[in-house]
Design a protein around this ligand. Sequence first.
Ligand SMILES: NC(=O)c1ccc[n+]([C@@H]2O[C@H](COP(=O)([O-])OP(=O)(O)OC[C@H]3O[C@@H](n4cnc5c(N)ncnc54)[C@H](O)[C@@H]3O)[C@@H](O)[C@H]2O)c1
Length: 353
Amino acid sequence: MRILVTGGAGFVGSNLSLAFKRANPDADVIAADNLKRRGSELNLPRLRAGGVRFEHADIRDPNDLAALGTMDLLIECSAEPSVQAGYGGNPAYLIDTNLRGTLNCLEAARAHDAAFVFLSTSRVYPIEPLRALPFETAERRLALPAGASGPGWSERGIAEDFPLAGHRSLYGATKLSSEQFIEEYRAAFGLKAIINRCGVLAGPWQMGKVDQGFMTLWAARHLYGGSLSYNGFGGHGHQVRDVLHVEDLFDLIVRQLDRLEIAAQGVWNVGGGTGNAVSLKELSHACATRSGKFIDIGVNPDTNPADIPWFITDAGRVGQSFGWRPERSVDAVLDDIFEWLTAERATLEPILT
Ligand SMILES: NC(=O)c1ccc[n+]([C@@H]2O[C@H](COP(=O)([O-])OP(=O)(O)OC[C@H]3O[C@@H](n4cnc5c(N)ncnc54)[C@H](O)[C@@H]3O)[C@@H](O)[C@H]2O)c1
């Protein structure tokens, strides 16, 4: 068994590479990455210690992928993962990596008849319809009214059939376009490909920054110092996301690979769900309790064009189909992040403050 994880030095890629190696000690697991993301290089010793081979490769270059050799499974975790990417500048890197690069990975999987796992995103759902949902403000967070529902949404969150018309951010567009090509590769070449539309993923080894990885960012600023602000939607910190521990994602992918014929159809919404939802304000409280530091959080009422006030994944379909549910709560995710930030402070502090 040969498993290639592109973006394998990143947060999700490194955790999945190591988890696959632990679960399949005889497998050859290769993590390929161009180390574009600051902090990904910190994962290299960890990968080595876990028996995962690292290869420097850029998915924008098909020759780099060809040089990696054969594979039975390709897990595509490389990306420019920020929803803010490309605004106010040149979106070329975003498009070249997230769309062109994903197509190169698809070609590599086709050439070797490998199964393919694609980490899509909840950000394929369009911004304006999400903003238009009838939110109420509860004490510290936005919420939908009890019993309210509409096409593809309910109190349980956003489901796979939420209508797709409208703009969704440059990042979301690269992911939705990739999904459409995967669908074509399934039909044209019989590619066995799983498309997981993930909500927020979190856990140790995520190099959180303002535009991506807010759980780590919030924890690190509370622990190490530095400023934070509630950006957008009036600056109240009431925006909500559901959070999934990266180890819960691994558990799901294993189950999906066991039932690949079913998994390689359609798309799956994957996330922590209502039980794992948290607002920024609630997160501040949880971080202050853990760190003993109450930060004076700034207020920036201006809303970024790519931002949404609320997203909770309705992961009911994937849960029922694979007998899966998230095992780790938001508290457990945060505990793991604090433990990691404390243990690795010397190396992480320069990157996360
Ligand atoms: N983290 C989340 O909350 C989340 C949510 C939904 C979807 N996703 C998706 O999951 C995947 C992994 O995200 P992540 O959080 O681990 O991000 P990450 O930034 O930690 O990891 C991505 C890795 O890809 C590498 N990379 C970037 N451009 C590359 C290129 N051209 N060639 C090779 N490697 C390249 C980076 O150096 C980095 O190590 C991405 O596809 C992302 O869109 C993440």
